[in-house]
Design a protein around this ligand. Structure first.
Ligand code: ADP
Length: 426
C-alpha cells in the first residue's frame, strides 16, 4: 500500500515537474531562436545597406547622374562584399536583373520584399539561406532593388547545439526528477507509515489486552452455568466476572481517553488553573490511602497559588497517574514524596518514591502505550501500561514536559514542568 502511494507521489511529482521543465525548455528554445534570427537579420540588413550605399557612391560619386539602368555592370572588384554573402543581385526599378554575384538568377525579380528563408543553391540544396530583398532609394527616387543572401548556418549551428544539449540534458534531468520524486515520496510517506504502524501496534495491543479479560469472563460464565454448581461457586464466578468487567471498563476508559485527546485539544477549555490547589486536594485524598499501604507520604508545597493555563481535571489526572505508580511500585515501608517547586517562568511538580525503580534500558520507552517493564508484575499490580502514556499526553497538550530519572531498587523520580506564563498558543 505504502509503496503504491510512494510510486503515485513520485509519478505525479515527475509528471508535473517534467511538464514544467519541458514547457520551460520549449519557451527557452523558441526565445533563443527568435532572438538569434532577429540579430542575424539586423546584421544582414546593415550589410545590405552598406552594399546599397557603396553602389550609390560608385554611381553618384562620379557625379554622373545616371540611373542604375544606365550604369555599367558592376564587377566583383567594384564592391567588396561580405565573405559570408552567397549572392548579391541588383535589379532595375522594373525588376529586371542588372547585375549579380554568385549563382545565376532569374532575369526578373519575382520574390517578395523583405526577409525570407530559402533553400540553398543547387550545389548545396540542403543548406538554408536567409535572403533580403529591399528597394534602394535616392532622393525619394527608386534606383532599383538589391537582393542579398547569406548562409543561415550562424543561426542554425548554435540552435542545433542547443537542441543536442536539451536532447541529452532533458532526459537526464527528467531521470533526476523521477529519482527525487521517489526519494521525496519516501520521505513524505515515512511519518504516515510510522503513524500507521503505531496505530496497528496500538490496535493489536488493545485487542490483546481485551482478549485476556474476555477469556476470563467467558470461562467464569461457563463455570457458573455448569451443573451442578453450588450457590457459593456461582457467586464466586459472578464476582470474578464483575471484577474483570470493571478492569475492562477501566481499560476501555483509558483507550477512549487516549483516542479522544490525541493530537489536538481545544485550547478554549484551558483556563487559569491553580496548581497548588490541585496538589492540596490530591494530598488530602492520598494521605490516608498511603498510610493504609504502610507508605510514608511527604508533601512539600509552597504557600499561595501558582497559576498555569490548563484544564484542572486533566492536570489532576496526570499527577494522580504518577502518584498511583509510586504507590504501586513502592513496597510497604517505603516513601512517596509529592513536591512542587516554583521558578520565575516554570513550575515543577515532582513525584518521587523509594520503590523498585526502572532499568535504564526501559526509561526511553516507559511513556509509550502498553509499555510495561515487567509485564507480569505490572499486570498483577493492576496496570495496563497506559498510565504514563496518558500523563505524557496530558502534559504535552499543556505545552509542558515530563521527565523521569530512576535507579533500580533505589526509587524513581517523575517531574512535570509547566509554563507559568500564559503561553500565546492558549
Ligand atoms: P502501568 O499501568 O502498567 O503502571 P504505566 O504506563 O503507568 O503502566 O507505567 C509503565 C511502566 O513503567 C510500568 O509497567 C512500570 O513497569 C514502570 N513504572 C512506572 N512508574 C514506576 C515507578 N514509580 N516505579 C517503578 N516502575 C514504574
Amino acid at each position: 500500500m505504502f509503496e503504491h502511494s510512494r510510486l503515485n507521489l513520485a509519478w505525479w511529482f515527475s509528471l508535473s515537474m517534467g511538464s514544467i521543465l519541458l514547457v520551460f525548455s520549449g519557451i527557452l528554445y523558441a526565445w533563443e531562436a527568435k532572438d538569434r534570427l532577429h540579430f542575424f537579420d539586423q546584421g544582414l540588413y546593415s550589410t545590405s545597406q552598406i552594399i546599397a550605399s557603396g553602389v550609390e557612391e560608385i554611381i553618384f560619386g562620379s557625379q554622373r547622374r545616371i540611373d542604375l539602368e544606365d550604369s555599367p555592370l558592376l564587377g566583383d572588384d567594384t564592391i567588396k562584399l561580405d565573405a559570408n554573402i552567397l549572392f548579391a543581385r541588383w535589379y532595375t526599378p522594373e525588376k529586371k536583373l542588372l547585375q549579380f554575384m554568385g549563382d545565376v538568377p532569374d532575369p526578373t525579380l519575382n520574390s517578395e520584399l523583405g526577409f525570407q528563408t530559402i533553400q540553398g543553391p543547387e550545389s548545396a540544396p540542403t543548406e538554408l539561406l536567409r535572403q533580403l530583398t529591399l528597394p534602394v532609394y535616392r532622393d525619394d527616387r527608386l534606383l532599383g532593388y538589391l537582393q542579398v543572401a547569406v548562409s543561415l548556418d550562424p543561426v542554425i549551428i548554435p540552435l542545433q547545439q542547443l537542441r543536442i544539449f536539451l536532447g541529452i540534458g532533458l532526459p537526464v534531468t527528467l531521470a533526476a526528477i523521477a529519482g527525487t520524486g521517489w526519494f521525496l515520496g519516501g520521505k513524505a510517506m515515512s511519518p504516515i507509515r510510522s503513524a500507521y504502524q503505531r496505530l496497528q501496534q496500538f490496535t493489536a495491543d488493545a485487542s490483546h489486552e481485551l482478549r485476556a479479560p474476555l477469556a476470563a469472563i467467558i470461562s467464569n460464565a461457563q463455570l457458573g452455568l455448569m451443573e451442578p454448581t453450588s450457590p457459593i461457586e456461582q457467586t464466586n464466578c459472578l464476582k470474578n466476572i464483575s471484577s474483570v468487567g470493571e478492569s475492562m471498563s477501566t481499560l476501555v476508559g483509558h483507550l477512549l481517553f487516549l483516542a479522544r485527546h490525541q493530537g489536538n485539544f481545544l485550547s478554549e477549555v484551558f483556563q487559569p488553573t491553580d496548581v497548588i490547589s490541585i496538589l492540596t486536594a490530591i494530598e488530602s485524598n492520598y494521605a490516608s490511602y498511603l498510610a493504609a499501604q504502610n507508605l510514608q507520604f511527604e508533601c512539600i508545597l509552597p504557600n499561595g497559588s501558582v497559576i498555569v493555563q490548563g484544564e484542572p481535571e486533566l492536570l489532576r489526572q496526570a499527577i494522580v497517574n504518577l502518584l498511583d505508580n509510586a504507590c504501586r511500585y513502592t513496597p510497604a515501608g517505603g516513601m512517596v514524596r509529592l513536591k512542587c517547586q516554583v521558578f520565575p517562568r516554570w513550575v515543577a511538580i515532582q513525584v518521587e518514591d523509594s520503590g523498585i525503580g526502572i532499568p535504564v534500558a526501559d526509561l526511553p520507552y516507559i511513556f509509550e502505550r502498553f509499555y510495561r517493564v515487567d509485564r507480569e508484575r505490572s499486570r498483577q499490580a493492576g496496570g495496563f501500561g497506559l498510565g504514563l502514556a496518558i500523563a505524557h499526553q496530558i502534559i504535552e497538550l499543556h505545552g509542558g514536559q515530563i521527565e523521569v530519572s530512576s535507579q533500580l531498587q533505589q526509587g524513581s523520580q517523575f517531574e512535570i514542568w509547566l509554563s507559568r506564563t500564559a503561553d500565546s498558543r492558549y
